[in-house]
Ligand binder design. Structure first.
Ligand SMILES: *[C@@H]1O[C@H](CO)[C@@H](O)[C@H](O)[C@H]1NC(C)=O
Ligand SMILES: *[C@@H]1O[C@H](CO)[C@@H](O)[C@H](O)[C@H]1NC(C)=O
Ligand SMILES: *[C@@H]1O[C@H](CO)[C@@H](O)[C@H](O)[C@H]1NC(C)=O
Ligand SMILES: *[C@@H]1O[C@H](CO)[C@@H](O)[C@H](O)[C@H]1NC(C)=O
Ligand SMILES: *[C@@H]1O[C@H](CO)[C@@H](O)[C@H](O)[C@H]1NC(C)=O
Ligand SMILES: [Zn+2]
Length: 449
């Protein structure tokens, strides 16, 4: 390309950019929502109305947070480590930025939802019904928590409360599908390192009893795909069962079901707050076959395994290999997902961060229940990176509706959660400098044998 042409293109670009800016400004003046007088409930409704289904363009959500950051007069940064997946960070500065900070994490993305699935109100409406429930995808998982963090921080700021430690609100994309474009690369980034995190708070879950569940460890996910290759022939022929793809997969399934039955017995007697004591195994896909009268050459199984927290990874891998080997020849398998075991955050008086959360709950007369959930959250990646993490969503006495039809949250429960976070954040961000360890792994415990 010639220099003259280049200059022409540059001039053209500058003119085009100027025009674009002008039109954007006009558009902002006319179309930009103004949240300056919005109540916390209205903010939650507005956030629910932004359709952040995983893989959707998150620009509107980013713009929403830019406006809220401006209203609170705090700096905001947006990092796009993986193109199309913005990570949003709001910083609420404390008086001593050299101290370990408090990271309040939530994810922006939500799982799919549509009115046709049987919702009473549009899942992206934020409708409030006559019983004072806010309906919508994200009311439990976990847009409510993002607005609660934000409102609590704004109140602290407006009340001129001095915090010692920096507090960061981080908003992730891609949580619902494994965090490969969200938390996982963020933990490797220099921006994360510079935050000098002491404790991460992440999501928990609603709980049907009058207590708040606090997740201190997550079960990790292994997913495997098993391919059973066998003889392909006309549907009228009669090969030996163990030579057929279906026969081989039967053997694989029998052995996995044997393992499943054994673990199911353990799960039946596990306390409700401890899903860590068993490994869940579910065969979730069975694929194959070409025609009704052709014996298929290939049948595939996809198996979802959530490891018990004391399961040794090497032994589990060996067990899977043994099942495959004993089920017949020409069966292959590969890992779709194989998370390393994640340590537990220590939840006793030796952990000052845990003490701060407890103190806040005590003052409000709220019970906490340290729990290992059956599923997993972004916090497992954080603990694996060497930082203690606690998962809680302040939704006691609330039906478990994460990922469900008619996901909803009581307005009062939502508002009470703001009061709780105000205290949690205050106590966490004012832990004296000398009370916290330099190395976060001091508050982590490896439990896998
Ligand atoms: C929300 O986004 C999903 C995924 O792109 C889309 O399928 C769905 O139709 C959207 N829903 C609404 C109400 O816009
Ligand atoms: C906070 O400080 C500002 C500036 O000093 C003052 O105008 C405001 O009234 C204070 N707010 C409260 C709630 O004390
Ligand atoms: C088929 O394979 C399974 C698993 O290896 C084995 O237990 C069974 O005895 C075999 N059946 C026959 C008829 O060879
Ligand atoms: C294994 O499967 C492949 C692919 O279907 C086939 O070509 C091969 O002959 C099979 N080998 C045995 C030992 O069954
Ligand atoms: C806290 O738990 C850790 C790990 O289980 C244990 O080593 C430590 O002794 C406990 N400390 C207190 C004060 O209970
Ligand atoms: Zn979630």
């Amino acid at each position: 390309m010639s220099r003259i042409m280049m200059n022409k293109i540059q001039v053209f670009t500058v003119v085009a950019l100027l025009q674009l800016q002008v039109s954007l400004a006009v558009c902002n003046k006319a179309g930009r929502a103004d949240y300056s007088n919005s109540s916390p409930v209205e903010l939650l409704q507005a956030y629910i109305q932004i359709n952040t289904t995983t893989y959707n363009d998150l620009s509107d959500a980013v713009e929403f947070w830019r406006q809220l950051a401006a209203l609170a007069d705090v700096p905001i940064n947006v990092y796009e480590i993986v193109e199309g997946f913005p990570i949003v960070v709001l910083k609420w500065a404390g008086t001593d930025s050299s101290q370990h900070s408090i990271m309040l994490n939530s994810h922006m993305d939500v799982v799919p939802a549509a009115l046709e699935d049987g919702w009473t109100y549009d899942p992206f409406s934020g409708h409030i019904d006559e019983n004072n429930f806010i309906y919508g995808r994200g009311t439990q998982d976990m847009k409510s928590v993002s607005i609660q963090y934000y409102t609590a921080l704004r109140r602290l700021k407006e009340n001129n409360v001095t915090l010692l430690r920096d507090v960061y609100m981080t908003l992730m994309p891609d949580e619902e599908v494994g965090a490969e474009a969200g938390m996982i690369p963020f933990l490797q980034s220099k921006e994360f390192a510079e935050m000098n995190v002491g404790i991460e708070l992440d999501e928990g879950s609603s709980f049907p009893l009058p207590v708040i569940a606090v997740f201190y460890q997550d079960k990790v996910v292994w997913q495997i795909k098993v391919d059973c290759h066998g003889v392909s022939a006309h549907g009228s022929t009669f090969p030996a069962t163990n030579d057929t793809a279906t026969g081989k997969c039967r053997n694989v399934m029998n052995k996995f079901f044997e393992f499943r039955d054994e673990q199911y017995e353990l799960a039946k007697v596990a306390p409700p707050n401890d899903a860590g004591g068993y490994t869940s195994i579910n065969i979730n896909k069975i694929n194959g076959g070409t025609a009704n009268n052709v014996i298929p050459s290939l049948i595939s199984l996809t198996i979802d395994i959530r490891l018990g927290t004391t399961v040794n990874e090497v032994q589990m891998d060996a067990k899977i290999r043994q099942i495959i080997a004993e089920s017949g020849s020409n069966i292959t398998f590969s890992y779709i997902l194989k998370n390393p075991q994640s340590p537990a955050t220590i939840v006793n008086a030796s952990n000052p961060y845990w003490n701060a959360v407890n103190k806040a709950a005590d003052e409000l007369g709220v019970g906490l229940l340290a729990t290992i959930p059956p599923g997993s959250t972004d916090a497992r990646h954080v603990r694996n990176a060497g930082y203690p993490a606690l998962g809680l969503s302040p939704m006691p006495n609330t039906e478990l509706l994460l990922h469900s039809v008619n996901e909803r949250l009581g307005v009062t429960t939502f508002l009470n959660g703001i009061d709780l976070y105000e205290k949690i954040i205050y106590y966490l961000a004012t832990i004296p400098a000398e009370d916290t360890a330099e190395d976060g792994t001091e508050y982590l415990k490896v439990t896998a044998r």
